[in-house]
Design a protein around this ligand. Structure first.
Ligand code: AHR
Length: 508
């Protein structure tokens, strides 16, 4: 007998907003083994002619990643892009201050952008506003996007890249509010520099889409004043403000951990409010969009990494941030994705940080195999079935209190209608660790639909994980016994305890 009852209803025409394809972005930083022995490993049995791992490229395509932010992250703030172009054997080895690593610069903007093109992904470049400023940013822009006939465009051609990369999305620095950032700034210093850089970049191409740095975390002392002050400078000349958020389960309290996406929701509300306040002050007609360009879970590797950073000599591509994710991590990731969909009107960019090996959905062994982490699956499902318009779902669910959160609904859900084929998909997490939730689902105005499929990710062991040696401990399954069609667009769906659910409906 199921005691936990929930209700979800959607109504035709009640739309939150169009889901941006850029919600399914990721992030490649020169950090640990994300680039070297991650996406790039010449000599690997699956490497293509450019040295990029074919097994990884295939999984990136399967994940459905739309845009990839590059080359950092903290790394970018003492990076010289010129080091990563030209003949590889002439490129310098540099000290990367952010991650106490040696950077050989075998991969740079040309290799990265060409790889993106080959796998059908849009690159998003970050310029260094830590140790550098406007001129190097303009030089990089000219190198990447100008067709020919100027110093930097001809240099690119000389380097073997006849066609411009035409990079549309650019981030103006990274986490400039954080004192760990090389060259971190006060809000006024950063806001002024970011706005001046943006204006100069727009002189080259007014169509560029620019992202200014928001706060690195909600617990920064300067949040949300940082947003208010920097936007005073940047509002008119940028398109997005960034949000970064990482969760952990250091306390090993699953109920509390699963509730953390409540903070994502609050973070979005706060940043939207600040943006709209600046909009009002400026008498602007433009809405500032949100770029959640770093989000994920980050904790499994912390102790190892602190030791590594403090005590080890400078090394190339060390094993850093190699979190092995558990099943419960996948549930939290699902809740975060659902939260983005619920704010599809303002969150128009999101990048899971990162893509490979470094707090990533894909793990590799150097010279060996590759595996999908548990967190691969919710992302893949939402990226596959979550394109279209996000419908406003009215969800009634019993709630619980955890150590740090009150009134957390057991059932968290979002609903997306694909505009091309009309398919409707519910994404839902049941946070209850003991009981299934019997959920009545009402599709108002979509009575000509029928149930197609219920995909689940569930596991009796919340700490189960996948590795290259054991890649199938946590994999999705299709359930055939969980949905009852009550007619007239009404369904009853069983969401098992602690589960990620994708329920699909198609037109009859
Ligand atoms: O993604 C790992 C790091 O987290 C990034 O380099 C930085 O921007 C953030 O603090």
């Amino acid at each position: 007998m199921i005691k936990l009852k929930a209700k979800i209803s959607v109504e035709k025409g009640n739309i939150i907003g169009k889901v941006s394809n850029n919600l399914y972005g990721s992030f490649v930083e020169h950090l640990g083994r994300c680039v070297y022995s991650g996406i790039y490993e010449p000599g690997h049995s699956t490497a293509d002619q450019f040295g990029f791992r074919g097994d990884v490229s295939e999984l990136v395509k399967e994940l459905g990643v739309s845009v990839i932010r590059y080359p950092g992250g903290n790394f970018v703030s003492n990076y010289r892009w010129e080091d990563g172009v030209g003949p590889v054997n002439e490129r310098p080895v540099r000290l990367d201050m952010a991650w106490r690593s040696l950077e050989r610069n075998e991969v740079g903007v040309n290799e990265f952008s060409s790889w993106c093109k080959r796998i059908g992904v849009e690159p998003m470049m970050t310029v260094n506003l830590g140790t550098r400023g406007i001129q190097p940013a303009l030089d990089l822009l000219e190198y990447c996007n100008h067709p020919s006939g100027t110093y930097f465009s001809d240099l690119r051609i000389k380097h073997g890249y006849a066609e411009p990369h035409n990079i549309k999305y650019w981030c103006l620095g990274n986490e400039m509010d954080g004192e760990w950032q090389v060259g971190h700034k006060t809000p006024d210093e950063y806001g002024f520099l970011a706005a001046s850089t943006a204006r100069a970049m727009h002189m080259f191409d007014p169509e560029l889409k620019l992202v200014s740095c928001g706060s690195s975390h909600t617990f920064m002392d300067t949040f949300p004043d940082w947003e208010a002050t920097t936007l005073t400078h940047t509002y008119d000349v940028t398109d997005f403000i960034s949000l970064h958020q990482y969760f952990d389960n250091f306390d090993n309290d699953t109920a509390d951990f699963l509730a953390k996406s409540q903070e994502t929701d609050r973070f979005i509300h706060t940043v939207v409010s600040v943006c709209d306040y600046i909009k009002a002050k400026k008498r602007s007609t433009k809405d500032m969009m949100l770029s959640f360009d770093e989000w994920n879970l980050w904790y499994h590797s912390k102790a190892h990494d602190d030791d590594m950073m403090a005590n080890k000599p400078w090394t190339e591509a060390p094993n850093l941030l190699e979190d092995i994710y558990t099943f419960e991590d996948a549930l939290v990731e699902g809740c975060m994705l659902i939260t983005f969909l619920k704010h599809a009107d303002r969150v128009k960019m999101a990048c899971i940080a990162q893509l490979v090996n470094v707090i990533a959905p894909i793990m590799t062994e150097k010279g060996g195999g590759v595996c999908k982490q548990t967190t691969f699956y919710p992302f893949q499902h939402v990226s596959e079935y979550g394109r279209g318009e996000s419908l406003r779902a009215f969800c009634e669910s019993p709630k619980y209190d955890s150590r740090n959160y009150c009134d957390v609904p057991y059932v968290e859900s979002a609903v997306v209608r694909n505009e091309e084929n009309g398919d409707i998909t519910i994404f839902a997490v049941n946070r209850n660790l003991e009981e299934a939730a019997e959920t009545d689902f009402y599709l108002r105005g979509f009575e000509d639909y029928s149930f197609k499929e219920h995909i689940v990710l569930e596991n009796d062991n919340l700490k189960a994980a996948n590795t290259v040696a054991e890649p199938f401990n946590v994999v999705p399954a299709v359930r055939s016994d969980s949905v009852a069609d009550n007619g007239n667009g009404n369904y009853t769906i069983r969401l098992n305890k602690a589960s990620w659910n994708v329920i699909r409906f198609v037109r009859k």
